[in-house]
Design a protein around this ligand. Structure first.
Ligand code: HEM
Length: 78
């Protein structure tokens, strides 16, 4: 079992990964600043990030994708 203190939080760890440009561009599909929306689409979002397809202006570095992956693997906590 992972130490609960290591559990990532949406507000502290995930929301700040998404810029205002990201958030506004993707409102057509979901709100990247909303924990519930990101949780509902977490697997597809992770696929896009891992493939380097999103954000469209340049792939995230691996460390940043890893933060998002850890949050998904921790069951996308708030
Ligand atoms: C399920 C996941 C996602 C899907 C299916 C998706 C799909 C799309 C599509 C179809 C567009 C419009 C066409 C294009 O410009 O390529 C778009 C634009 C964009 N997406 Fe996503 N996207 C996803 C996740 C994300 C994420 C996680 C980010 C940020 C980290 C992001 C950032 C952007 C940006 C910045 C644009 C518009 C670029 C601009 O013109 O400023 N998207 N996305």
């Amino acid at each position: 079992m992972a130490d609960p203190a290591d559990q990532p939080s949406f507000e502290l760890d995930i929301r700040p990964l998404f810029s205002q440009r990201d958030q506004e561009a993707m409102l057509i599909a979901f709100d990247l600043w909303d924990a519930e929306d990101v949780r509902d689409h977490a697997d597809e979002i992770l696929d896009q990030l891992e493939a380097g397809r999103m954000p469209c202006y340049g792939a995230w570095p691996d460390e940043k994708v890893a933060v998002f992956r850890r949050w998904v693997e921790a069951d996308a906590p708030s």
